[in-house]
Write a protein that binds this ligand. Structure first.
Ligand SMILES: [Zn+2]
Length: 397
């Protein structure tokens, strides 16, 4: 939001100055008549003695002020004045135009830079309530939570410890809380959020404590994460979206994907809910290349259905199960990672780099390389690839 506003104002200012600098002041009718009159008198032998300056308007005032400034410094520019006078350009207008063009240059450069750094794939937010919810969740799980004198805060952490953290952030009940809070944005109250009365009260009582003590730092961290991620996404979004949509045989969502940036976002650092797609991502890791893979991995959750259905159908027809549950997620890890490797510089997918694939689906990586990579390379079709994956990673039921 801030960046968009800044870009808008700078672009507006730049265009305004450009207009002002390039557009000659239009002589008023009275002045045109006077000039006509003067020319006629000239023809009668009464020469009026030269061009009348457009002594009005902001450009003239700026020019006069600059001319005065020059004069005070003792700068005369007499030959320049003579040349300008031959061309019938007033010295003041000349000065103002030069200065405005210089200012325009200063404004337009950064504006274009900012425009190039915008992205349209993710709709980033740093939302107070979403952050409070996830921070409480993190504190409730922590072996060394932050100490507080506030009874309201300690009570809230207790509620999260005994109730909320019994469920994963991805579970239906807890996901419902996140979805409701994400919609509330940064208002003072949770009335009308649809959350139950007890949780509403817990969060509203904890809110002032969070706002005073942790939120300023968390919000700063979120905003600087967004600032770092935005140009990276802008750089790679077109190719990443094209290749991933092709791999999943599913069109990319037509609107930006809502993405809440929070201090904590599950043990994995990010997770995604569907219908509508809602990404929550942690701002703890600043914007390195991994952020690109993480974001597009999360977005892939909204596009994987066709692949996951094809895997299930093939399992059924071969009467098999995969050696490990949720193998479609291994395929997603590999696909998003491989597409990231195609475009990022000297990059290794985090599924391999951090050993996630091997821990979650032992033995799957060589099979993905053998059976799935040819599909990603366009050498075999989806049905063939899915058939081979079930052949190689499936076990008889
Ligand atoms: Zn995932």
């Amino acid at each position: 939001m801030t960046a968009a506003f800044l870009v808008g104002s700078l672009a507006g200012l730049g265009l305004f100055l450009l207009g002002l600098a390039l557009h000659p002041p239009r002589p008023r009718l009275a002045r045109r008549l006077a000039a006509f009159d003067a020319a006629r008198r000239g023809a009668n032998g009464h020469w009026t003695g030269g061009h009348e300056a457009p002594a009005a308007g902001p450009r003239w005032r700026l020019g006069s002020w600059l001319a005065r400034l020059c004069a005070e410094q003792g700068w005369e520019f007499s030959s320049l004045r003579k040349n300008l006078s031959l061309a019938e350009v007033p010295f003041e207008i000349f000065l103002a135009t030069k200065v405005l063009l210089a200012v325009l240059g200063f404004v337009l450069g950064p504006t274009l830079g900012l425009l190039a750094a915008q992205q349209t794939t993710f709709d980033f937010h740093s939302n107070f309530w979403v952050n409070l919810h996830h921070f409480l969740y993190e504190q409730a799980l922590s072996k060394s939570p932050e100490q507080s004198d506030s009874e309201a805060w300690n009570q809230a952490v207790d509620v999260y410890r005994t109730d909320i953290t019994k469920h994963e952030l991805l579970s239906r009940d807890i996901a419902g809380i996140n979805i409701a809070l994400s919609k509330i944005e940064n208002t003072e109250s949770l009335q009308g959020s649809g959350l139950d009365a007890e949780l509403t009260q817990t969060l509203e009582r904890a809110a002032p404590v969070y706002k005073a003590r942790w939120w300023p730092q968390h919000n700063r961290q979120n905003l600087s994460w967004i600032d770092a991620a935005t140009p990276l996404v802008a750089k790679y979004e077109a190719v990443m979206k094209k290749d991933l949509a092709a791999a999943y045989q599913t069109p990319w969502p037509s609107t930006p994907i809502r993405t809440d940036v929070a201090e904590y976002a599950s043990w994995a650092g990010a997770y995604t809910l569907d219908e509508p797609t809602l990404i929550t991502i942690s701002s703890k890791e600043p914007g390195a290349q991994t952020v690109v893979e993480t974001l597009f991995h999360e977005a892939s959750h909204a596009l994987i259905q066709k692949i996951s259905d094809a895997l299930t159908a093939e399992l059924d027809s071969q009467k098999k199960l995969f050696q490990r549950r949720a193998f479609w997620h291994a395929v997603l890890f590999y696909t998003a990672g491989e597409v990231a490797e195609r475009h990022l510089d000297h990059y290794t997918m985090f599924g391999v780099r951090d050993g996630i694939l091997e821990r979650g689906w032992p033995g799957a990586l060589p099979i993905l390389k053998k059976d799935w990579q040819p599909y990603l390379d366009g050498k075999i079709d989806l049905a063939t690839a899915v058939h081979r994956l079930v052949d190689d990673y499936g076990v008889v039921r």
